[in-house]
Write a protein that binds this ligand. Sequence first.
Ligand code: CIR
Length: 255
Amino acid sequence: MFIAITREVSPAINQCELTNLEREPINYERACRQHKQYVSALRSLGLEVKTLPADSNLPDSVFVEDTALALDECALITRPGADSRKPEVDSIVKILTPYRKLFHIQAPARVDGGDILRVGKKIYVGLSTRSDNGAVEQMQNYLRPFGYEVKGAAVTGCLHLKSAITQVSKDTLLINPEWADRNLFSGMKFIEIDPTESYAANAVMIGETIIYPTSFPKTQKRLEAAGIKIVNVDADELAKAEGAVTCCSLIFKAS
Ligand code: CIR
């Protein structure tokens, strides 16, 4: 059994951080409806969903992925790169404490969970505007004893590593080759996004199925042709906050 932690959309979502997108109005009610659909998709795949309440002081707090990395053996509490997001970790510490031994990224290092891509025992950390080598070093020290290999990965043009590349099956990564270098991810197969759909490389893999936005039909055809099973969600409202589907949950094994 897997647990997914999610958090309701903040009424202050229009004050979210933005790095690569121009600000445009986010329809709060529509974002909430789409978020509910996302939670239903997680439940339809058998996950137990624990949802934290919205916080009007934390505009980006719906993007829980950025606050932690939950592994089978332990969990890492991040130190988010944007100052407005640092307090988001407090409620995540509380909710994860019963489940895992926690390690904390210490200042001045910074890392957002959106930059952390785990593929089996390999952990890639995007060296973006939000995450740095200091965090990579701390993660190596914390996670090597559990058999993980932690590596920095260059990322350009997008907010996070997982905007550029995510896992879609046991041996396959979905990649935007403009934003990440496939040579870093040895031993894997790749599906490239359709070049007209820059933001299409973010999918949540749950078992043999992915949760995937309806916004990228051309890339979806490529995924279907590769035999990937898809549960679609509408996610274009939170995409205006530079959020994608992995960002909205923290998924880990219950025991
Ligand atoms: C931010 O800039 O931090 C938020 N507006 C978006 C965070 C998206 N999170 C993610 O990709 N993991």
